[in-house]
Design a protein. Structure first.
Lengths: 263, 358
């Protein structure tokens, strides 16, 4: 069978895939760059594209570019666009949920991402929050953005090992509701269900150019590509990272003191 | 690799606007010019600010841009043969829309033209470059469900006739004015002509050919159009696979002249779902899902906001590779001929009220 999307041998790793896209779209990258999929991949001596979540408990060095790869996920791009273009008008509430297995991320990493999504989709910065956290594994948070939007985040890292992340991002406005989950459902849908035994195997492929990579790797490659295409100064990226890391710390502080905290 | 100098013709096909971004961004392409079918279409194109010269005369465009190596024939079905002649005689490679022609004599003329002039002619069946479809093919190839016994697929959409009127004109869409059957006032050229993908996909996935096809047309949801808008197709492949296909315009629409937000009445304006049943398992897929959803502007209706539309990137990559490396496209005219024959067989079955055998 004629196959078009199978990756060529030179695109066998994430770095090769990024290099391939840089070449395809005539985009220049900083010399000596690396793509750090995990904290262990970070090279202190070269420019490293890395998810900001991996840096939440680390000191920044001048070569680390903390990216927010989830902003490359199409569902989040569309949700933001729906708010930005005022398809839903006068947003009042954000109702976010994310349940992950602990093998994939820590609670701090999870919150770092969800806080950023609140700000990016909600269109304001977090100004205050109240948080309750149990055993560094489960958190329930209410926060307020600078534009008056109130958000709730239900978070857990106690999903069974090997299970997929279950999340939902709902935006409630005076004109319309938008959500990345279909009405009257609780769990994420997939593109393909393969029934071979009692449990279905599922697949959701969203990127033909990066077919075969996991969703987290695809979004990191896309984020690095975007950074090369429209560079944001490293100082700005690091300042954004410090802001998000501070919000995460504040959540734990709020839980420890049982106080709403203004940032 | 030297970028391929490319142009577009007509700009009247529903997929026209999908190409603009790819033609601009892909460094393997150099977007040289377009030729609009009418002054109104030219005005609209110029207003988009792409900075690409737009002509109203195809010959003038080719004269002023002798460097054009390839074109996208973004035109109504009836225009394809004339445009193919124009291009093939100049040694220009072509990306044809999904229906080159329903007239098989005309179709064979196209095959001869392309062979005689040694140009590339790729058919726009972009679903092959969809990552979900790729995964399905891969699973089947890896024998995940065993030998295939059954296949079902939908390619159901709203009707584009209000935005692209030629799709409701039998002569332009189907190529001639032919009644569905003697007792029916409608003509060939509607929903079926808009949805070849599933007739093609079943051939790839089952690795077999059509043995027989039966089709039945329903009462039109839009009584004011003169072509069919809902139908069902069932049949068997030579290897015994039984199939059911739904290529209807069964999702109602607002009658917009320019497609945009609020086009759909039913929440999801387009669906391609495929189920494949094998001896060892069953596979169910939504080629354009999951998505995000809202009930906001402009109509406050529950609406599916699509998230996946990058099929044109891979398709143009293949087109460029075929031109530069002198390869034959996966969906070429000879391959696609059987798909068109199968669609014609649906009309023949509707006409005679019985299955049609190949």
């Amino acid at each position: 069978m004629h196959s078009i999307l199978t990756r060529s041998p030179q695109v066998s790793s994430a770095s090769d895939a990024l290099r391939h896209l840089l070449e395809k779209y005539n985009i220049t990258a900083p010399s000596g760059w690396t793509l750090a999929l995990t904290p262990q991949d970070m090279d202190p001596h070269s420019i490293a594209f890395v998810s900001g979540t991996h840096l939440v408990q680390q000191n920044l060095t001048s070569t680390l570019l903390p990216l927010r790869p989830w902003r490359e996920e199409r569902r989040f791009i569309e949700l933001r666009s729906i708010v930005e273009k005022q398809t839903v008008e006068n947003v009042s509430l954000l109702r976010f949920r994310c349940f992950s297995p602990s093998q994939t991320e820590t609670l701090k990493e999870l919150l770092y991402r969800e806080f950023d999504l609140c700000e990016w989709i909600g269109g304001g910065t977090i100004t205050s929050l109240f948080s309750t956290i149990t055993r560094d594994s489960v958190a329930n948070i209410i926060l307020r953005l600078s534009n008056g939007v109130v958000a709730s985040i239900e978070a857990s890292i106690l999903q069974p090992t090997g299970s997929t992340r279950q999340d939902r991002h709902e935006v409630i406005a005076s004109r319309g509701v938008t959500c990345d989950r279909v009405v009257d459902t609780q769990v994420a849908q997939e593109s393909i269900y393969l029934f071979q035994s009692s449990n279905a195997t599922v697949y959701t492929d969203t990127d033909a150019e990066l077919f075969g990579f996991s969703a987290d790797v695809i979004t990191l490659i896309r984020a690095a590509l975007r950074q090369c295409q429209s560079p944001i100064p490293i100082e700005t990226l690091q300042a954004q990272h410090r802001h998000l890391a501070k919000v995460v710390d504040t959540a734990f502080q709020s839980a420890a003191t049982n106080r709403r905290i203004t940032l | 690799m030297k970028p391929v100098a490319i142009a577009m013709l007509s700009l009247t096909h529903g997929h026209t606007r999908k190409y603009y971004q790819t033609l601009k961004e892909n460094s393997k392409l150099r977007w040289v010019a377009v030729c609009a079918e009418s002054a109104e279409i030219k005005r609209h194109f110029d207003s988009l600010g792409h900075g690409v010269p737009c002509y109203l005369d195809e010959l003038e465009m080719f004269r002023k841009h002798p460097d054009i190596e390839a074109v996208v024939l973004a035109s109504a079905n009836q225009r394809h043969l004339a445009q193919m002649k124009l291009c093939a005689e100049r040694g220009i490679h072509m990306l044809s829309m999904k229906i080159p022609s329903f007239d098989m004599a005309e179709y064979d003329e196209m095959i001869q033209l392309v062979a005689h002039h040694g140009v590339v002619c790729q058919i726009e069946l972009e679903l092959h470059y969809n990552p979900v479809v790729h995964r399905i093919k891969q699973l089947i190839q890896k024998d995940a469900i065993g030998p295939i016994l059954g296949f079902q697929a939908t390619n159901i959409t709203l009707s584009p006739v209000w935005a692209f009127p030629w799709q409701g004109v039998p002569e332009v869409s189907y190529g001639r004015r032919q009644k569905l059957n003697t007792s029916d006032s409608r003509f060939r050229g509607g929903a079926l002509c808009d949805h070849p993908h599933i007739f093609d996909m079943i051939r790839w996935m089952t690795k077999s050919d059509f043995e027989s096809i039966y089709a039945e047309v329903g009462k039109n949801l839009r009584p004011d159009i003169e072509v069919e808008d809902v139908l069902m197709v069932a049949g068997k492949m030579r290897n015994g696979v039984t199939f059911l296909l739904d290529p209807s315009w069964s999702r109602l629409e607002e009658r917009l002249k320019v497609p945009g937000p609020g086009w759909e009445v039913y929440p999801k304006r387009m669906e391609v779902n495929i189920s494949v049943i094998g001896e060892k398992g069953t596979l169910m897929a939504d080629c354009f899902g999951p998505n995000v959803y809202h009930n906001g502007a402009p109509n406050d209706r529950y609406t599916v906001q699509y998230t996946y539309f990058d099929e044109w990137i891979g398709m143009m990559d293949e087109f460029v590779a075929c031109i530069r490396e002198k390869k034959t496209p996966m969906i070429n005219l000879p391959w696609h001929r059987r798909t068109i024959e199968a669609m014609n067989a649906c009309y023949d079955s509707i006409e005679c009220g019985q299955p049609v055998s190949f």
